[in-house]
Design a protein around this ligand. Structure first.
Ligand code: ZN
Length: 284
């Protein structure tokens, strides 16, 4: 099953079109996408058995994040060996580095993203996990039972602010408005032959920058849910940005940063593609 936010309304995606959930369920489920995650099991049971109307076409520009207002957004650092190496950090062995992207940075899968002035803004394609059940002290082997689905994400990062300070605190440099695009929709884990092995990548102006596979994650989706939920209960609708493979601008020689007019396309196999254009931020 695939769900999306279209014009701020919860929709099912079917055959390239959309079905409005509030109308198709005669109001049993509301239009607010955030409200469905606390009722995820009930919702998936309904969607599997309901008689649904014909899907209607929709404009990609109307898509928002499938979880537009998560209460918690977890980011994972250096979760692919080659990315840890390109940034000069040690490969994490015992526990993954964890930071947050403040929820106000979450946005949809297409449109414009403003570059902070004078910044060194970088790209990070990532698999994003959307939580579907409150998860506290969950073991890795049971972790997929707590996942509503998977989506494509970009952990957009302003490197000067991210690396400022001793020790560096990543959170603010990764939380400018628009720095957490997610989409184009959520795909439930049962749709993948192996949800732990998906190709992901991104390109700038059509030139490939990153390409990897999630089987190379040092800490798997299950490991991350075990590690995070041992401390903070994961809540329905929460997002986990699972880390990026190599090929970011910071690790290039010479280094490269996003410029006004750059078009960034980002994909994960079996989910779909996002497309963003970077622009200068307005005066002030
Ligand atoms: Zn990242």
């Amino acid at each position: 099953m695939r769900i999306a936010t279209i014009s701020q309304r919860l929709c099912l995606i079917s055959g390239g079109g959309a079905i409005d959930v509030e109308r198709a369920s005669s109001g049993r489920f509301g239009s607010d996408p955030a409200a469905v995650y606390p009722r995820w099991q009930e919702f998936t049971d309904w969607a599997a058995s309901a008689t649904l109307p014909e899907p209607a076409p929709f404009a990609a520009e109307a898509l928002g994040s499938p979880s537009p207002s998560p209460r918690q957004v977890f980011g994972i650092g250096f979760n692919y060996s080659e990315h840890a190496a390109e940034t000069g950090f040690a490969r994490p062995e015992i526990a993954p580095p964890v930071f947050t992207k403040f929820p106000s940075c979450i946005t949809g899968p297409c449109g414009e993203i403003a570059l902070p002035p004078g910044g060194h803004t970088d790209w990070e394609i990532e698999l994003v996990v959307v939580v579907g059940r409150t998860a506290a002290h969950v073991r890795s082997r049971a972790a997929w039972d707590y996942v509503a689905g998977l989506s494509v994400g970009q952990d957009v990062s302003e490197r000067r602010l991210q690396m400022a300070g001793t020790p560096p605190q990543f959170n603010l440099g990764k939380s400018y408005p628009g720095f957490g695009p997610v989409g184009p929709w959520l795909v439930t884990p049962d749709e993948f032959a192996n949800p732990d092995d998906l190709e992901l990548g991104c390109a700038i102006n059509g030139v490939q920058m990153q390409k990897g596979r999630t089987r190379d994650l040092i800490f798997t989706v299950g490991d991350l849910i075990e590690h995070l939920s041992a401390v903070a209960p994961l809540l329905p609708g929460d997002l986990i940005f699972t880390g990026t493979p190599s090929g970011v601008g910071l690790g290039r020689n010479p280094q490269r940063w996003l410029s006004p007019g750059d078009v960034l396309t980002s994909y994960v196999e079996g989910i779909g593609e996002m497309r963003h254009t970077f622009v200068t931020s307005g005066p002030g």
